[in-house]
Design a binder for this molecule. Sequence first.
Ligand SMILES: C[S@@+](CC[C@H](N)C(=O)[O-])C[C@H]1O[C@@H](n2cnc3c(N)ncnc32)[C@H](O)[C@@H]1O
Length: 449
Amino acid sequence: MERLILVLWRLRHFEHFAKKEILYWKEAWRMISLDNVSTNSIAIDDEWNFGNDDEYLMHTLHAYPAKFPAFIASKAFDYAEKEGVNVECVSDIFCGCGTVALEAKIHGKNFWGCDINPVATLIAKTKSATYNVKTVEKHYELIRKTLQKVDVPSNVYRDANERLKYWFKENSYIELLKIKMAIDMSVPNGKYKTAFLCLFSSILKASSKWLTKSIKPQVDPNKKDANIIKLFDDQYNKFLRSIKEMEDIPNNSKIEIKNNNFLSIKKLPKVDLVITSPPYVTSYEYADLHQLSSLWLGFTDDYRELRRGSIGSVYNVDDFQINVDLLNKVGKKIVLKLTKNVDSYSKVRSVARYYLDMQNVVKRCSEMLNVGGMAFFVVGDTEYKGVKILNSEHLIEALKENGFSDIKVAKRKISKKMLTPYRDNTGKFSSDKTQRAIYHEELIISGRM
Ligand SMILES: C[S@@+](CC[C@H](N)C(=O)[O-])C[C@H]1O[C@@H](n2cnc3c(N)ncnc32)[C@H](O)[C@@H]1O
């Protein structure tokens, strides 16, 4: 009997190691050197389209536009390690909802990340923290008890923030306010409160008049009222399941997440690996897409203020004047072409500003990386009024100018973006699938320091 157990154990582990070995040889060549090829000629590689394992449920706790799939981060860890990088500390400088942060924790790596959007960092912190199930249950019980007692003044809706009144009917607003008050009254400041506020934030769109899956903030006049308490309960149960699923993950990673503009942080940490997907140019207005959460959680009284500093935002130009001499040769060429083809000076200005910001981003990354470290950027190209906006080529040029070597590329298809981007003839965003699909491919660009 003992012998049989031993044989079975060996077989099981043989299968495990054999699978790992096969993956190693399959993936080792999955990034293509740019020495003799252009990014155009690179074919889509399925290796970067699919994961080898299912994502942890925690990854799905809160929707986030432009979130990338978790397997990109885990494949990047594997790839970097195979290439000889000693990955102890990982960074995502545009950490969004914390996909890389959570994967770093799962893989036992330290993590440093930042995002300018306070809703993003709230989600990222929640997903990458470690919890005690009993403590979560205790807090939830108290929230539910408090909810029975909590009362709101009769004129509370009349006096509410105008923008929230625009999005929420009176009954939904009052129910949400009671949940928010119950959380504030029952849970002391700290990671548990952050987590319950994140659960609260995750039900706001479904509780509002926001058109489900819309590419832009848009009211759905026919949307049915949601059962808000049920939504909250469901999210709580999902959170509990997520925590339990992660119980075996050791809690030995140091995770640091900052709500900051990456370009204004004075002291950056030293890291071995950067994995990031930069914001796209003139596409998503992250501040607008998260306005419900920003307003409810008191991050601002006017969500438009949060557009400032957001790279790629059309509103992030203030008194910026174009100086093409500051742009690298790819950026300069594209901006000059846009100037000839596009009437809107503000559009050209935002692209120029984006390229300048991205050049500074790459420079700062080069300063953060330890010698021998690696950076991964996931970027998409786009087009505006017939002019190709080649973000990938611009980024590659910036990497070269900032001392990166061994620059390699892979191409992937975007399959699961929450918001599918299309543009109409005038270059405006549209949800109409007959229009031109943009950002349907992404490039993964790596470089060594
Ligand atoms: C493509 S998303 C990243 C999504 C992320 N990979 C994820 O899985 O959730 C780009 C992020 O850059 C952030 N961002 C834009 N400008 C920034 C800045 N100046 N500093 C830091 N973050 C910024 C946006 O708020 C957005 O969350």
